[in-house]
Write a protein that binds this ligand. Sequence first.
Ligand code: HEM
Length: 372
Amino acid sequence: PFEWYREMRKNSPVYREGNMIHIFKYNTISKILSDHQNFSSQFRDLLGEEMAAMLNEKTTPSILLLDPPLHTTLRGLVGSAFTPRSIELFEPRIREIARMLAHAIVEKENSDIVSDLSYQLPIRVISEMLGVPESDSEIFRDWSDKLATSLGRGPDIETQYDMADYFYKKIDRNSKGNNLISRLSTVEMDGRKLSDKEIAGFAILLLVAGNETTTNLITNAILSLYDHPEIYNEMRKTPSLIPGVVEETLRYRSPVQSTRRYSKIDTEIEGEEILKNDILALYLGSANRDEEAFEDGESFNPYRKEKRHMAFGQGIHFCLGAPLARLEARIALEEFSKAVPGFEIEKPSPDDRIDSDIMYGFRKLNLKVNRS
Ligand code: HEM
């Protein structure tokens, strides 16, 4: 999509197509994301009532799709269960899983980096965080895959119901446990706790929002390192470069390319008339390559100083899972680069791209380990 973005930034940075307004520049997108009063995430207000009622039967709308004041309350509650500290505690376990996967890749010589590493790590980590026992991991994975494929195609209500029922049974209001469901069951702020529906809804959101995105981040990083073997060599000698590689991958090959808001008012954006209820498609992946925000934005440079990319969004909906995604990607690259001295990749064809306007990633990436 990157060529199209470049063209649009230059010629039509705010572009109307019916009631959809496509927006490509960093500063414009940044202003819209910071103005949640006028530009809403609460799309169920535009949905038919029947659909909204069905969705709301077993889960409440996820925080991703809520405006304040409910967004503020729920984000505070789940944020206090899913803290950067609770994520850090998981680091040794993440490393153990990543190391095992990296070693298996070296032993196999030829592997598909998606199925052997990038897909495996996030799903295993989140299952363990949620306290899903090994015996349920198969069914859990199946649900997670179904939810991922439903993205952009409308919600898969049946799977959401199945998952909600599964999590209802795990809720224990007196739990002293430390897994995420226990914590969500017991957090309290200003005398308010999360309801059963809210807990189930949040558990589902973690899978929808966190798995495929992190998978793509890891895959996209390895692809970018293949394009830049000099950086891979440097990174093996100096692992402190790895966080820079992760940030630059987020910017340069953003796993989430776009997000949406709708306008609650008649207004104008950069001279373009906007009507109430118009949908704004915000291309984060384009903002992240905007030359006005990033010098030499079309090249991959993990040493760059400006790091204010928008790969995790901006404002009140800033990705709650960013610390986890960064940690998983960093550890995956650390363990991968320790185990793999060098590698060749079969250049993916456009058909190998994930078929989505929102997600940027690959369904497979064949890799051969170089031993010397
Ligand atoms: C929100 C990207 C990983 C949980 C967001 C948003 C973006 C994003 C762009 C904001 C959407 C908007 O404003 O409309 C990413 C990327 C990831 C990633 C690129 C990986 C590389 C994760 C993980 C989790 C997670 C691992 C949790 C396990 C969430 C949640 C929100 C969110 C709960 C909603 C926050 C809110 O509405 O207040 N993410 N995400 N994400 N993300 Fe992530």
